[in-house]
Write a protein of this length. Structure first.
Length: 331
């Protein structure tokens, strides 16, 4: 599955700041810009289509469910658009005083005009990915609720009357059982949703062919990469997930050790950590690598981080190639 980069220089960029009720538009060219506000309703989207031609790129701040109607409309009209993470735009603004929707739309348009060669055209089934993201979010809330019930019950066992704890544990077990059942159902529904689209299902199966990558990690990779279309390479995703090491130095006085950045998706990092530990246990090549580096005196977590990077590289290479991962150590 390949990414679709912006292949030409667009003369006009329309930046859209999305809110629940309205869309703030900024139509920007090299000669200037103008602003417009429309309702976030299909009946008003026609006003936007009248502003678009083959030389127009639409840039939308990624705001989740609120952006879905306009994305669906643009896709149905075959209008070229791209979704840009809010943090990415914010970091490009420099010093900023004050904030409003009109200014945000202008910042989005400016970003698209200046950096369009680095943007990725959105061409994947956003509707399916949005549903997947919503279901995954609900799963996370259920897991959190299950853990919040289980942990206090365990901690109180040694300090509270036995008969009372029996009742508390009985109540907790019932609630946990219901939550586990709901989590299993959501897992099944997410897999069914992925299997309903051939492209998503192919990426899902290819991810799982890599040792250490199970269904949950594969689903999260598909969500965060928009089915491997919004990251140019494995290094970019390693940076996004907080596992890529960076040099910290300045002149001759500051020579800090190479370390990872905390500006990252912590959930992706956590899942990749579990995948790396699992891979070291079951993949002979990675186990040999882990044992060798530890015997050389390397910190175990530093080696696990290296394995996380290897997993990302394997997944991206496997999806790019379009064939399942092959363990060379077996041959």
């Amino acid at each position: 599955m390949k990414s679709f980069k912006v292949m030409k220089k667009y003369e006009t960029v329309i930046g859209i700041d999305v809110s629940k009720r309205t869309l703030d538009l900024c139509i920007s060219t090299s000669s200037g810009s103008e602003s417009l506000r429309i309702r976030n309703e299909k009946s008003d989207f026609e006003k936007l289509s009248q502003l678009v031609n083959e030389h127009t790129l639409v840039c939308i701040e990624h705001t989740g469910v609120y952006a879905f109607p306009i994305c669906e409309f643009l896709a149905s009209r075959k209008i070229v658009y791209t979704l840009i993470p809010a943090a990415q735009i914010k970091k490009s603004l420099g010093i900023q005083r004050g904030k409003n929707d009109k200014a945000d739309a202008k910042a989005i348009a400016r970003y698209g005009l200046l950096f369009q060669e680095y943007l990725t055209i959105t061409t994947i089934p956003e509707k399916l990915l949005l549903k997947l993201k919503l279901m995954y979010g609900q799963r996370e809330r259920l897991v959190k609720a299950k853990n919040s019930i289980a942990m206090p019950a365990k901690e109180c066992n040694e300090f509270i009357d036995t008969r009372l704890m029996v009742e508390i544990n009985k109540s907790a077990d019932k609630a946990i059982s219901v939550l586990k059942d709901q989590i299993r159902k959501l897992d099944s529904k997410m897999i069914e949703l992925i299997q309903s689209d051939s492209g998503l299902n192919e990426a899902f199966e290819l991810c799982q062919s890599v040792p250490g990558i199970g269904p949950q990690i594969a689903i999260y990779l598909i969500m965060t990469t928009r089915s491997f279309t919004c990251f140019k390479n494995a290094r970019q995703y390693a940076c996004y997930s907080g596992v890529a090491p960076f040099e910290y130095s300045s002149g001759s006085s500051i020579k800090g050790r190479t370390r990872i950045s905390h500006l990252a998706n912590k959930k992706a990092k956590s899942l990749l950590s579990m995948g790396a530990i699992n891979a070291v246990r079951h993949d002979r090549e990675l186990k040999a690598y882990f044992d060798r580096k530890v015997s050389e005196g390397k910190n175990k977590m530093a080696v696990i981080n290296a394995v996380r990077n290897k997993l990302i590289s394997r997944v991206f290479a496997t999806v790019e190639r379009g064939t399942p991962f092959v363990q060379h150590a077996n041959y």
